[in-house]
Design a protein around this ligand. Structure first.
Ligand code: 5CA
Length: 438
């Protein structure tokens, strides 16, 4: 992509409500634009990052055997009346009527809809277990949407649903998701803490919130620092190893506000390991057994031909929230720092250009084409502007590598710089080697 062609409508005058860094930086780099309170357009730069996050979430869901599907954003009120949540959900649910006067709603979550899909087709334990997921827009009419994409009305969520014949089997699905979440967040460059949590309006008795450390987070964390020491790679993907993995994680103290008890914390965690801090909830998993399948009559024949309600869990990741959360966890001196796996571009080429000398631009275009051929996501800064302004801009956007074509480059050797470190002069072949190592 040529920078001169890129649609980056930068917001210069930040609105008063943009209080936290991620919100400010997303507006300043034209990643998002507010359309109304808690509702945003995702502009090319922001959308690109979100799509890269979504892809990592998808790959890790597929890896544990979950199957992707897509459910609608608009749902009928009928199924919510069946589950009993239509009234319980309260004012957060956006209720609408179609032209026939039928009561509809914009889905805040999809437990009812997936149960309806499932009950109409699956009748036997032989088809279980099943793990299904979708990545879709949700709407919750939050009283106080805030912090940009962190707490929105409309947000993008990965939501997965598990179906099993018994509690025991269902815990295996829960463990798979637990593992998948830790892997996903680690690929996104995040250290997420699984914290024992309350289940709230989703229901059930087993639940973990995945929270990353950030001063501006809305979740309170009470945890033992040792939670960061467990190496996920030691656990292969099989039921007994994943059970061991969950035990390893959950025996270390880490709880949310509602579960916190001072005495317990002091008894279980040595003073020097106590972590009391704030964080951002980026994922949440629940096991709620037959909370929806029972009232909705989602029955399965077990081995003995006896009908039983299918046992379900649901597993959410805030994909759009993650964009803000990752900025919040990594920014440094007003500069966004992206993990390489999701930065908007892999590398930017910055030629020094002036009206009388287009030679650097010609060189830049040649490199641009070569890198593109190698499937490297490259940005070329072809804007006629002084170098110091260019550097400021690219530091702000946070592209991890820069190829600078100016006074220091000679022949086939160019100045190459990794964000926040010193530059070096390298041949294009060496640069290519560096860029492919992601
Ligand atoms: N169906 C369940 C799956 S566990 C569910 O809806 N869980 S949830 O309510 O905890 O939401 C899942 C994730 O979506 C949260 O962990 C959070 O990362 C994200 N999320 C929830 N509400 C918002 C919001 N208002 N704005 C942005 N992201 C949100």
């Amino acid at each position: 992509m040529y920078l001169s062609k890129l649609f980056i409508p930068i917001t210069k005058d930040l609105p008063a409500e943009a209080k936290i860094k991620s919100h400010q930086l997303m507006l300043r780099t034209g990643m998002i634009k507010q359309s109304s309170a808690g509702i945003y357009s995702w502009l090319p730069l922001g959308f690109k990052v979100m799509k890269k996050i979504e892809q990592i979430v998808r790959e890790e869901q597929n890896y544990i055997g979950a199957q992707e599907m897509l459910m609608p954003t608009i749902q009928s009120s009928e199924i919510w009346k069946e589950s009993g949540r239509y009234d319980d959900y309260g004012e957060e649910m956006l209720r609408i009527k179609d032209r026939q006067g039928r009561e509809m709603l914009y889905g805040p979550t999809n437990e009812e809809l997936i149960t309806d899909v499932f009950r109409s087709s699956v009748k036997s334990y032989k088809s279980l277990p099943q793990l299904l997921y979708h990545i879709q827009w949700k709407f919750r009419d939050e009283v106080r949407p805030r912090f940009g994409v962190m707490r929105c009305k409309e947000f993008y969520m990965k939501d997965a649903y598990s179906f099993d014949i018994s509690d025991e089997e269902a815990k295996k699905s829960y463990n798979k998701m637990f593992y998948s979440y830790l892997k996903t967040f680690s690929r996104l460059g995040l250290k997420a803490i699984p914290m024992a949590a309350d289940t709230g309006p989703i229901g059930g008795d087993l639940s973990h919130e995945f929270v990353i450390l950030a001063e501006t987070g809305e979740s309170q964390i009470y945890a033992d620092k040792n939670i960061f020491e467990i190496n996920l790679n030691q656990f292969p993907l099989n039921d007994s190893s994943l059970q061991k993995m969950r035990e390893e994680f959950t025996k270390i103290y880490a709880v949310t506000d509602e579960k916190y008890k001072k005495d317990e914390f002091n008894k279980n965690v040595k003073k020097e390991n106590q972590m009391i801090t704030k964080g951002i909830e980026v994922g949440h998993i629940f096991y709620f057994s037959d909370k929806y399948s029972k009232p909705m009559n989602c029955l399965i024949d077990d081995k003995n031909g006896k009908k039983t309600s299918v046992k379900m869990g649901s597993y959410g990741i805030g994909v759009s929230r993650l964009v803000g959360a990752i900025i919040e966890a990594n920014y440094n001196n007003d500069v966004m720092k992206w993990p390489k796996s999701i930065s908007p571009f892999d590398v930017v080429i910055i030629p020094s250009i002036n009206k009388n000398n287009k030679e650097n631009l010609v060189k830049a275009e040649k490199i641009y084409l070569e890198l593109k051929k190698q499937n490297i996501d490259v940005l070329l800064d072809d804007v006629d502007e002084n170098m110091s302004n260019k550097f400021k801009k690219h530091d702000l956007i946070g592209t991890p590598y820069q190829i600078i074509i100016g006074s220091k480059s000679e022949g086939n050797n160019f100045e190459f710089k990794e964000l926040n470190s010193n530059s070096e002069i390298l041949s294009l072949d060496k640069i290519k080697i560096k860029l492919k190592v992601k």
